[in-house]
Design a protein around this ligand. Sequence first.
Ligand SMILES: [Zn+2]
Length: 144
Amino acid sequence: MLKISNKDYVALRQHGEETYPYECCGVLLGRMDGEHKTVTSLARCGNTRTDSPQNRYNIDPKELIRIQREGRERAEDIVGFYHSHPDHPPQWSTTDLAEAHWIGCSYVITAVAKGKAEITNSFALAGHDENDKRLEDERIEVSG
Ligand SMILES: [Zn+2]
């Protein structure tokens, strides 16, 4: 389960509306307690994919390292990632699975139709390693 405040939930959905018709992407920071993840802040990222920004996203590894370091200074860990699917259902693609490497983390996808955020889904990356990893449906609990 992924717990997120209403403020962060609204913000990650808005990010997808702002970057429409391109995908947005960002990092979820917080605490991981077994399968319970609590988001305490978001870090927006620039989408470094210029070849196909409508249906691909990529976070610059240097940016990711910086986000991870700054999070640790606030006692926050990376608990997941989010991106948007412009004019596409909020289901993970085979590319999304192939490019997901953080076992235990959440992968949140928001469908943005004609510039409006619609359904937001979360998937947890389960498995032990790259060979048996899989994305499983996960409940999002929005609070306050
Ligand atoms: Zn995707």
